[in-house]
Design a protein around this ligand. Structure first.
Ligand code: STX
Length: 319
């Protein structure tokens, strides 16, 4: 797959660390770019997706102090794939603990997909700590969004071939609620079944995140450790409705952040987190910059999406 020319060059981190955030959880973080630069935190998707060195490249390393965080149970954070005490609200607290640990007052917050959910919720809880928001592939964890992608009748109509693989681990009599059926198996005692279901769940998402299926992305879904963390943590959050009290929690709290500079970038043909969520967010937040990328699906690695995200980060250098 061609790499976007908009990305900044590959760089190494200058600092890596582990922060104990509870009796059970320790989260991994790293810093790259300019140690005295303008802080930006990158919030990965999933939840459970983890960060990679690629995620450093949206930001000008001469200007930004780039912070990547593996959320609870994801990536290098430990315990791997742990679901106990793993909630949206715990992650928001972890981000604040990391900010204080690093001696940061305010930062730019960048997130796509679940990362957009977490970015929005963090900003709504701590608006005074957010200099700007850069959001991609809007996901607000509403039941309509979950039904679209994880139950029959939505994305299954666009990728019927990949869907037939996704349903295979689940018996016919449980196919009226895939999230519940997968949750039972992903949290069950049968290790072989856990891994088989984790790979099927993860392959479904990785096979549908770009306009042109990216074999590198799909191959990730066959890695036991990554697939277990991604599938277990995602399904745990979805089964628990994001730990929100109301279905439209994120939309209901947009007024808390309408003053914050923001850019929303949405792939027109995003099958994972369809455009309707980004449009709903735009309609209640007209102050935020908003752009549909005409030739893009869900992934931040779509060429047009990458370019627009880098442009947004460049724009916020002056803040
Ligand atoms: C609703 N979950 C989609 C999500 O947040 C996500 N993050 N990364 C991915 C891929 C690994 C499939 C690109 O999806």
């Amino acid at each position: 797959m061609p790499e976007s020319p908009a990305l900044y060059p590959k760089i190494e981190s200058f600092d890596q660390g582990y922060l104990k955030v509870s009796d059970l959880h320790t989260v991994y973080y790293e810093q790259s770019g300019n140690p005295t630069g303008k802080p930006v935190i990158y919030l990965h998707g999933g939840p459970g997706g983890g960060v990679s060195s690629h995620d450093r490249r949206y930001f000008d390393p001469s200007v930004y102090r780039i912070i990547l965080l593996d959320q609870r149970g994801a990536g290098k954070s430990t315990p791997t794939a742990e679901l106990k005490d793993n909630t949206t609200w715990a992650l928001v607290e972890d981000i604040e603990k990391l900010r204080e640990h690093l001696g940061i007052d305010k930062w730019v917050v960048f997130g796509g997909s679940w990362g957009s959910t977490l970015s929005l919720v963090y900003a709504q809880e701590h608006p005074d700590r957010v200099k700007a928001l850069i959001l991609r592939g809007i996901f607000m964890l509403r039941q309509s969004e979950l039904r679209w992608f994880y139950e029959h009748g939505g994305a299954s109509n666009i990728f019927p071939d990949a869907w037939d693989e996704y349903v295979k681990p689940i018996p016919e009599n449980e196919r009226d609620n895939f999230i519940a059926a997968y949750h039972k198996r992903l949290t069950g005692d049968n290790e072989e079944e856990r891994i088989r279901c984790a790979k099927a769940w993860s392959t479904w998402e990785c096979s549908t995140s770009k306009l042109y299926v990216d074999p590198v992305e799909v191959a990730k879904a066959s890695e036991d450790i990554w697939a277990l963390a991604f599938a277990r943590i995602e399904c745990h959050y979805f089964f628990n409705k994001g730990f929100f009290k109301t279905d439209a929690h994120v939309l209901e709290n947009v007024d808390k952040i309408r003053h914050i500079p923001a850019t929303i970038v949405q792939g027109r043909y995003d099958v994972v987190c369809p455009a309707t969520s980004a449009w709903d967010l735009h309609k209640v937040w007209p102050e935020a910059q908003f752009e549909f990328m005409a030739d893009a699906g869900h992934s931040a690695k779509e060429l047009a999406t990458t370019a627009r995200l880098v442009q947004a980060a460049d724009e916020y250098k002056t803040l």
